[in-house]
Design a protein around this ligand. Structure first.
Ligand code: ZN
Length: 328
């Protein structure tokens, strides 16, 4: 039973992704007391996604044996450019047809409680900063490696949104001008080189060129069900090709870290997201070594580079922090 002081003081955090919607209900001490997961089914259109976000909120509240009236606010992390002040998703490259979507207004209409919307990378960083780093570092940078690469900046103790509310899009800093094409239309972006999508593409291309890997023995030639965890298993089996691909991705992430440390001078760089969750042990040493090689002398002194332990829950945790702040 939750303590009496926690009654009616719950918030819901939602992580809206291109493929799945995660929701969690959090009590006053930021403890997750129930969660729900739904597929986004973005191809069915905007109305369908809005309906599924609402359902994810109601499911998670039900899961925690609560009623929606006991929830004081909902926070949502959305993929893309978000206008935090009016809760509009300006543009979301991974959600078809999402342009100037009044997400806050629409959901408040359906749920009858306040809703707050923020960019997903920003929100994951907020979750890590508050729940994992205990809000201690004044300056911190988060890199979230998954389908794409998201990021978030804490500067002077606050989430940094920037002039057009789009700051922290570190996945699209250009690392190789002649590199592979990115989903944003540019070339050689950080996420076109080091995201899970980029890693998987490199592995599939290598197999076509005749590289030998244990992955085809366990998953078949098409690697349809390939996941980050399979890469970890392959590395532990001594798969030289997978080791090479993962080291290369880790080097790119290290270069990303060096650039960010040069520009922002953070105390802590947090590495998170599904790829880091699966491969932190395999990648962290190479990331740190490469970052030290590429950063300006002196900039890396006493800077911590750490893997987040929140994993996939960083988004819903940060969204809960946002909701909690909004109601204060
Ligand atoms: Zn890009």
């Amino acid at each position: 039973m939750p303590e009496a002081s926690n009654k009616d003081n719950y918030v819901v955090g939602v992580d809206l992704g291109g493929t799945k919607i995660l929701a969690g209900v959090f009590d006053a001490s930021l403890e997750c007391v129930g969660s729900a997961k739904l597929s986004t089914t973005a191809q069915r259109g905007l109305e369908s996604v809005l309906e599924r976000i609402e359902r994810a909120v109601r499911d998670t509240v039900d899961e925690a044996d609560l009623g929606i009236k006991q929830v004081s606010a909902v926070g949502i992390g959305a993929p893309g450019a978000v206008d935090f002040d009016n809760g509009t998703v300006i543009f979301a490259p991974n959600l078809e047809g999402w342009k100037d979507v009044a997400l806050k207004k629409e959901l408040e209409k359906h749920l009858g409680i306040p809703v707050f919307v923020e960019n997903d990378g920003n929100i994951a960083m907020l979750g890590v900063h508050v729940a994992e780093l205990k809000a201690k570092p004044r300056h911190a940078v988060g890199i979230f490696v998954g389908t794409g690469i998201g990021g978030g900046l804490i500067l002077n103790g606050e989430l940094h949104r920037g002039f057009n509310h789009t700051a922290g899009e570190i996945g699209h800093m250009v690392i190789d001008v002649n590199g592979p094409k990115c989903g944003c239309g540019n070339r050689g972006c950080f996420e076109a080189l080091a995201s899970r999508t980029a890693i998987f593409q490199r592995i599939k291309a290598g197999i076509k060129e005749g590289e030998k890997t244990t992955l085809t023995e366990t998953l078949g030639d098409n690697l349809e069900d390939l996941r980050s965890g399979d890469l970890r298993k392959a590395i532990r089996r001594g798969d030289k090709f997978v080791v090479k691909v993962i080291e290369q991705a880790a080097e790119y992430i290290g270069i990303g870290v060096a650039n960010l440390v040069n520009i922002f001078g953070p105390e802590v760089v947090v590495l998170g997201g599904g790829v880091m969750e699966a491969l932190a042990d395999e990648m962290t040493a190479v990331i740190v070594k490469t970052a030290k090689e590429h950063a300006m002398p002196g900039t890396m002194k006493n800077v911590e580079i750490v893997a987040s332990k929140l994993g996939d829950n960083a988004g819903i945790t940060g969204a809960a922090v946002l909701a909690r702040r909004g109601t204060k």
